[in-house]
Design a protein around this ligand. Structure first.
Ligand SMILES: Nc1nc2c([nH]c(=O)n2[C@H]2C[C@H](O)[C@@H](COP(=O)(O)OP(=O)(O)OP(=O)(O)O)O2)c(=O)[nH]1
Length: 172
């Protein structure tokens, strides 16, 4: 099973009386989910903790520097393909980062209002869990796909979600 991460940097823009909440998304330019919007993230490398992976992937994909300790664990997602565990994904959010998002070979970053996230250009399951994560909730989810590899061409057939459960893993 693949172990992966997603990271959602957040910021507040606008004025004090009229603030806009934004999230940094990427338009993925290669690999799994190519052409879709997502958070920065990717697969764990050998010996790496999920937190370290989220920091590295965010740096590699968009050039933002994040202190691992500021990452808040927001979710654990299991993606099943044809009944087998395909990917386990750790989801983080943070308001603490430095640098300016920059386009790389892997990704084009874009600050998007949280009320205007392009769910029709994302993985189909994201509409079910990402809104809650962007509102500060914690999610444990299972998402079922069918139709064989690759995962991003399989059909999304069902899901189960639990909100605000305690996340049990060691590297939370
Ligand atoms: N938002 C969202 N992200 C998903 C879903 N399924 C899924 O694998 N992901 C994420 C987990 C990872 O961050 C990313 C896939 O990992 P990746 O970007 O390293 O994959 P890749 O094949 O491009 O790998 P690489 O060649 O760059 O090493 O996609 C999903 O249903 N929704």
């Amino acid at each position: 099973m693949i172990e992966a991460t997603l990271c959602f940097p957040r910021r507040t823009r606008g004025t004090e009386s009229d603030p806009t909440e934004e999230v940094l998304l990427i338009e993925k330019r290669r690999g799994l989910g190519d052409g879709w919007y997502n958070g920065p993230g990717g697969k764990l490398e050998d010996g790496e903790t999920p937190r370290e992976c989220a920091v590295r992937e965010t740096r590699e994909e968009v050039g933002l520097e994040i202190d691992p300790e500021t990452l808040e664990k927001a979710g654990e997602l299991t993606f099943l393909l044809d009944g087998e565990r395909h990917t386990f994904c750790h989801v983080y959010r943070t308001r603490s980062f430095s640098g300016e998002p920059t386009t790389t070979e892997e990704a084009r970053p874009e600050w998007v209002p949280v009320d205007d996230v392009p769910y029709d250009q994302m993985w189909e399951d994201d509409q079910f869990w990402l809104p809650g994560v962007l509102e500060g909730e914690t999610v444990v989810g299972e998402f079922r796909f069918e139709g064989g590899q690759p995962l991003d061409e399989a059909e999304f057939v069902g899901h189960d979600l639990e909100w605000n459960e305690h996340l049990e893993t060691t590297d939370t």
